[in-house]
Design a protein around this ligand. Structure first.
Ligand code: SF4
Length: 53
């Protein structure tokens, strides 16, 4: 699974980080805007990340 983000559309709600924190860390230091740890998460994390679509 390949994951991508649309940072310009992010409103920093943190839902993606709540659902899949190992894929989207949403760090407070950058205002909670979505961040991607890597475009190819492990299968188990990718399955969870799919729920954020
Ligand atoms: S990308 Fe994540 S933090 Fe940003 S608006 Fe969507 S769910 Fe919220």
């Amino acid at each position: 699974m390949k994951v991508a983000i649309q940072g310009a559309a992010c409103v920093a709600s943190g839902i993606c980080g709540f659902i899949a924190p190992k894929v989207f860390p949403n760090r407070e230091e950058i205002g909670g805007i979505v961040e991607l740890l890597g475009p190819n998460p492990p299968q188990t994390e990718g399955d969870v990340a799919r729920e954020t679509e």
